[in-house]
Design a protein around this ligand. Structure first.
Ligand SMILES: [Zn+2]
Length: 259
């Protein structure tokens, strides 16, 4: 190492100062955009974070487009369980993110970022389009989605996001299993019973297949197929009680509680 420090601080910075505002604007326009994937189970607040992210960027004067697919509040809406919702572009298999953003920019519109909720339902090709939007249009893409389906297999959209994202962030708000442990699995129930076979995408509702619902479970209870309902049923199954008034309680029904 030379003990002599190299010459630095070109004089031009002193005699020709750059205005901080224009420098910031320049950096803002030329910085690299990012593809970020926020993943978690159901009930961990993904849509709430998506709405908050949209709000934070919009509050700084950035223009964004919100996309979602099969939202609980219906088409063309991004909603959170906490009650907030905003209009959104519905993503279906025909959606082309690249052309959508190019159309906006070519028609004189602005687009600095995309909010992409329910990204697990996007196709791998659509995630490739999102990566291209980031790299070639310098538009930030913030994608939010569930990692695995009710069979514990990766959704194609989530798999592609894990493969391509600049960053994958696992949400820190943890969903909880009925037992209180951290829930890592998304279980599907049909008529109350947990199933591990069927179509990958089936929106929770009453259909010809029966009443379809979803429940987050810890891995242990997923493997044992023990949902909150089946755990309660097992708990209330007839077993001999070491109390003299057991028969009286049983007659009064399972809701009877002695004080
Ligand atoms: Zn559990």
């Amino acid at each position: 190492m030379s003990p002599v420090a190299p010459a630095t601080a070109p004089a031009i910075l002193v005699t020709f100062p750059v205005r901080p505002t224009s420098l910031r604007a320049h950096e803002e326009q030329h910085r690299m955009a990012e593809l970020v994937f926020f993943s978690g189970t159901m009930d961990c607040g993904k849509s709430t974070l998506a709405l908050q992210t949209d709000h934070n960027h919009a509050a700084r004067g950035r223009a964004g487009i919100v996309f979602t697919s099969l939202d609980r509040a219906g088409e063309e809406t991004l909603s959170s369980r906490l009650g907030l919702q905003v209009p959104a572009v519905e993503v279906d298999p025909a959606t082309d993110f690249w052309h959508h953003v190019v159309d906006v920019l070519e028609s004189g519109g602005r687009c600095d970022y995309l909010i992409c909720d329910e990204a697990q339902f996007y196709s791998a090709d659509q995630v490739d389009q999102l990566a291209r939007v980031v790299d070639e249009l310098r538009v930030d893409v913030f994608a939010f989605g569930i990692l695995t389906d009710f069979r514990t297999k990766l959704f194609p959209g989530s798999q592609r996001l894990v493969e391509l994202a600049d960053r994958v962030q696992v949400l820190q708000v943890e969903a909880l299993c009925w037992c209180g442990a951290r829930a890592t699995q998304n279980a599907r129930t049909v008529n109350g019973a947990m199933v591990v076979e069927g179509e990958q995408v089936l929106v929770g509702d009453t259909s010809s297949a029966g009443v379809v619902a979803y429940e987050v479970l810890c891995r242990r209870h997923y493997m044992r197929r023990t949902t909150a309902t089946s755990a309660m049923t097992a708990h209330m199954s007839p077993t001999p009680l070491p109390f003299a008034d057991a028969d009286a309680r049983a007659t009064a029904g399972p809701m009877a509680v002695s004080s």
